[in-house]
Design a protein around this ligand. Structure first.
Ligand code: ADP
Ligand code: MG
Length: 262
């Protein structure tokens, strides 16, 4: 786990804190007056470097909002977000765009691959756009870890859903971001392809020292993580280390039961 701290990353100073990202008293409200919805209610959260964190909770509990705020995709109403030592809340648009491009990786439910580019071109596209050269040794390692070596010249429509999402994961990893965020990254995949992608995410944490935050509502997906954070009504209400699918499922039933009786 500690290997992540010593891996030199793009734009890095060489030393990194053990916390990759943190939120302090984060509030996110939508609308105003009678239609005001508080999606995040004074959330304090630390995301450990080199760990795989899952964010769980019922629909509408604020999972996506928390991820978007941590990733600088959405502004906050109150509180602070830090990526390593950089406070991202309050950054001007241009700086924020740069920070997202250079330091954060994203994997979404829709794979968002360009259909006219082959797998390899899709993987290196963000770096090509940023005018950065991929480190060939790193790129090889990522491609090997994803197990796409034979398919690099294939276009997305020549790949299965699982393979396409592995390309999207490789694309996120290739630029060596400090942290990768995924919102239901296996939500569009059948269970076999989902397991393939989750296994690969797990491997990228164990072998490449990647930090990953994944929003999911699936206990099996959450069981691949090192730690699960549970959200309810915009607050972190519980957490679990070394989760198993059974333990996560039990915990969720517990929340459901409490929700119904209160
Ligand atoms: N753009 C928006 N405008 C208004 N309300 C929103 C918006 N996005 C999310 N919400 C509300 O914020 C709450 C949390 O949403 P979300 O973070 O998407 O939950 P989850 O991902 O856990 O399902 C919900 O009540 C949702 O309706
Ligand atoms: Mg969501």
């Amino acid at each position: 786990m500690t290997s992540a701290v010593t891996i030199p990353r793009h734009g890095g100073t060489g030393t990194r804190t053990a916390v990759a990202a943190r939120g302090r008293q984060v509030v996110k409200a939508y609308g105003s007056g009678e239609t005001r919805v508080v999606a995040l209610d004074h959330v304090d959260v630390d995301i450990a470097r080199g760990q795989f964190t899952a964010i769980m909770g019922p629909s509408g509990s604020g999972k996506s909002t928390l991820m978007h705020c941590l990733a600088g995709l959405d502004s906050v109403t109150g509180g602070q977000i830090f990526l390593d030592e950089t406070e991202i809340t309050g950054l001007k648009d241009k700086k924020l765009t740069q920070l997202r491009r250079d330091r954060i990786g994203f994997i979404f439910q829709a794979f968002n691959l360009l259909p006219t580019l082959n797998a390899l071109e899709n993987i290196t596209l963000p770096m090509d756009i940023a005018g950065r050269k991929a480190d060939p040794a790193w790129l090889n390692r990522v491609v090997e870890t994803v197990g796409l070596g034979e398919r690099l010249r294939h276009r997305p429509n020549q790949l299965s859903g699982g393979q396409q999402q592995r390309v999207a994961v490789a694309r996120a990893l290739a630029a060596r971001p400090e942290i990768i965020f995924g919102d239901e990254p296996t939500g569009n995949l059948d269970s076999r392809a989902g397991a393939e992608v989750l296994g690969f995410l797990r491997q990228s944490v164990d072998e490449l020292g990647q930090t990953i935050v994944m929003v999911t509502h699936d206990p099996v997906a959450a069981s691949y993580a090192d730690r699960v954070l549970y959200l309810a009504d915009g607050r972190i209400v519980d957490e679990m280390y070394r989760p198993t699918a059974e333990a996560v499922l039990d915990r969720m039933k517990d929340f459901d039961a409490r929700g119904r009786t209160s």
